[in-house]
Design a protein around this ligand. Structure first.
Ligand code: NAP
Ligand code: COA
Length: 275
């Protein structure tokens, strides 16, 4: 696969990038962009099959890759993955907290365990990765990128669990930027808009309504995994050496008219499903 890059080809040569949820979708797109600039990749996910496919793809770009089948809710498993990463590839320079779970569900129907599952994967999982990665990031004076979502700052119907989790992530990010800045560690969040071809869009955009939603986006299109990959390499690069504690929105302006168009569509779908 060809990746257009505007950065020096060896920008991350010898550097280790650890990505939770790196086996598919946006996070795999991020991994590809780092691999194209010489980085070594360590990816975490639950499905062995997805990890194997992603590993093959990243190796074909030329990266050294290690893959760990682990659940981000399991702190010892993440600690082990980070230790093995250090041994195999060297200490982590960039940590991407990208693993997440999502499904649309009216709050009145959402079980406490459904709410907890998303909080545990997104928020607790992000803290686990940061906590277990701290010593290595201190050693490299590295950086952390959290993959947030628009629900963190704007309510979307049937996304109470996701909004709470992602808002928590952005606040965790700012807190760590404050506490870990003195160690030379930068922390930032990226808010992707709807990204073409991903599981998130498959779950949240009712079939056949993509065009309507695209029209509601000022730039007139959904994003691509490379849009988020390019932003990630910028944030991890020396070009961003004074940027920390920020939430960067890359959504084609989707948040500007609000969540109304999406809410209307998803409300219709949920009503159909419960008939
Ligand atoms: P995706 O392909 O399903 O990515 C999620 C990844 O996380 C998968 O690799 C998944 O692999 C892994 N994962 C899920 N639960 C896990 C767990 N408990 N432990 C370890 N790994 C776990 O979905 P995506 O749409 O590309 O989303 C990627 C990120 O972008 C997420 O943080 C999402 O919230 C964010 N985002 C997406 C969009 C969008 O339009 N797609 C918009 C805004 C934000 P396994 O299932 O094999 O574990
Ligand atoms: N609607 C309502 N509740 C749901 C649901 C849905 N579509 N899917 C799961 N839940 C509830 C379950 O009923 C369960 O609650 P209960 O015990 O009270 O019945 C709870 O959530 C946990 O479900 P389970 O399937 O055991 O969770 P898991 O830990 O195996 O999986 C999910 C986590 C549910 C988030 C799953 O969708 C997942 O693995 N997602 C990862 C990929 C993804 O979401 N990608 C998009 C990222 S934007």
């Amino acid at each position: 696969m060809h990746i257009t890059s505007y950065f020096a080809k060896d920008l991350f040569r010898g550097k280790t990038v650890f990505i939770t949820g790196g086996s598919s979708g946006i996070n795999l797109g991020i991994a590809r962009n780092f691999a194209a600039l010489g980085a070594n990749l360590s990816i975490v996910g639950r499905s062995q099959e997805k990890l194997a496919a992603a590993t093959a793809e990243l190796k074909a770009i030329g990266a050294h890759v290690v893959a760990h089948s682990a659940d981000v809710r399991d702190y010892p498993a993440l600690e082990k993955a980070l230790q093995e990463t250090n041994t195999a590839l060297g200490p982590v320079h960039t940590l991407i907290c990208g693993a997440a779970g999502n499904f649309p569900c009216p709050a009145a129907d959402l079980s406490p365990n459904g709410f907890k599952s998303v909080i545990d994967i997104d928020l607790l999982g992000s803290f686990h990765a940061c906590r277990a990665g701290f010593a290595q990031l201190r050693e490299t004076q590295g950086n952390i990128i959290f993959i947030s979502a628009g629900m963190a700052f704007m309510p979307y119907a049937f996304q109470a669990h996701v909004g709470a989790a992602k808002a928590g992530i952005d606040n965790l990010m700012r807190n760590l930027a404050l506490e870990w800045g003195p160690f030379g560690i930068r922390c930032n969040s990226i808010v992707p808009g709807p990204i073409e071809g991903t599981e998130g869009v498959r779950r949240l955009v009712p079939e056949g309504s993509g065009d309507l939603l695209r029209k509601a986006i000022p730039l007139g299109r959904f994003g691509t995994p490379d849009d988020i990959g390019q932003l990630s390499v910028f944030l991890a690069s020396p070009l961003a050496s004074y940027i920390t504690g920020t939430v960067i929105v890359a959504d084609g302006g989707q948040n500007l008219p609000g969540s109304g168009a999406w809410t209307q569509l998803i409300a219709t779908e949920i009503a159909k499903a419960s008939r």
